[in-house]
Write a protein that binds this ligand. Structure first.
Ligand code: SAM
Length: 339
């Protein structure tokens, strides 16, 4: 049998009705088997949580048709779930104009982005220039996002973080050490493939509250349980150093309140801190899971344990050794599915 033709690239978002169509086949299926798919290195990226989220989604019926990620950042979760087919369609949103422009351009203007990326010069002088520019077009915001993300310590786009390797470039790791053009081109084309095949439907530059409103307005023909949200808000403690758009403390409370009233299915992840545990106690309509995983922090050789909380209103919590359900403030073995 002849190979399927790749879907033609798209230059604009899909109309809302397209969510009901089945996505076409992906061209680069191998890419979506890799653990890193996102072209962005993102502080707080939730790579290790993806299998947990996938288990939870698979354990609940009906399978969702549309996944919406209102704090998408590096978008690891949505990209992986769309690539694996765990969810058919997805929408990315972020309030940061650089981040939103990057995803819009990668999805719907990828040929331009790949060509412009290949023309970049990766030096400290260029880093200073990009830091100082205020791009007026989405294309240039996308390029600024990619350049700074791949050349700044820990992928931080804004604030105090300096170029990888320091201003004097005396470190073994120079400013271009994370800028592999071929790998980035393949990942950008992967995003365009997700969009061309009807998986990634749209990218929104907006506040999380606006994402909730838009989904209701534009995807009202879907049943509420065909839509699932994944929220990964800024950290409670470190966020002001990492993102330009961090939360003021009452925004964490506002989000918790909005989720109590949300009639769609949702998952939420946070670092495990006392203040988050206070905001999200277990209740009859929401489960709190403790997830612990090992990772290697940027710039360190040491493996560190990271504790996260996953809160959800999904009805069934399948048994898994990847997490433990928290009951009344204590972590307990999740030997009973919550029905
Ligand atoms: C923890 S990061 C998300 C990381 C992402 N899950 C990943 O895997 O890379 C939080 C993101 O929320 C965005 N953000 C902050 N305030 C927001 C708001 N009010 N509405 C929407 N996005 C916001 C930040 O720009 C940042 O990209």
């Amino acid at each position: 049998m002849a190979d399927a033709q790749p879907a033609p690239l798209r230059d604009h978002a899909w109309p809302a009705g397209a969510v009901l169509q089945n996505p076409a086949s992906l061209s680069d299926t191998k890419l979506f088997g890799f653990s890193v798919i996102s072209p962005l290195r993102y502080p707080g990226a939730k790579r290790q949580l993806v299998p947990v989220i996938e288990t939870l989604i698979a354990g609940n019926i009906p399978p969702p048709k549309l996944l919406v990620e209102p704090f998408c950042g590096g978008a690891t979760t949505t990209l992986r779930l769309l690539g694996s087919g765990a969810v058919e369609h997805g929408i990315l949103a972020d309030v940061d104009p650089l981040v939103a422009a990057f995803w819009q351009t990668a999805a719907f203007d990828s040929a331009w982005l790949v060509t412009a990326m290949r023309e970049l010069t990766i030096t400290v002088a260029e880093w200073d220039r990009w830091r100082a520019t205020e791009p007026s077009t989405a294309r240039d915001r996308a390029l600024k996002c990619l350049f700074l993300n791949r050349t700044t310590f820990s992928g931080i786009l804004h604030g105090q973080a300096g170029p990888i390797g320091g201003r004097a470039q005396e470190s073994d790791y120079k400013i271009d050490c994370r800028f592999g053009f071929d790998g980035l081109e393949r990942r950008i084309k992967g995003i365009a493939d997700l969009a061309a095949t009807g998986r990634l439907l749209d990218v929104w530059e907006c506040d999380w509250r606006e994402s909730l409103t838009r989904v209701g307005d534009r995807y009202g023909e879907l049943e509420e349980d065909e839509i699932i949200f994944y929220f990964d808000p800024p950290y409670v403690e470190k966020a002001p150093f990492l993102y330009d758009w961090s939360f003021k403390s009452d925004e964490h409370t506002q989000l918790a309140k909005a989720l109590k009233e949300l009639t769609y299915r949702w998952l939420l992840s946070y670092d495990d801190t006392a203040s988050v545990r206070e905001l999200y106690g277990p209740s009859h309509d929401q489960a709190v899971l403790h997830v612990s995983h090992r990772y290697t922090a940027a710039g360190s050789e040491k493996r560190t344990v990271r504790d996260e909380l996953l809160v959800t209103n999904l009805k069934t919590i399948p048994e898994s050794d990847r997490y433990r359900m928290i009951v009344d403030g204590d972590d307990s073995a999740n030997d009973e599915p919550r029905l």
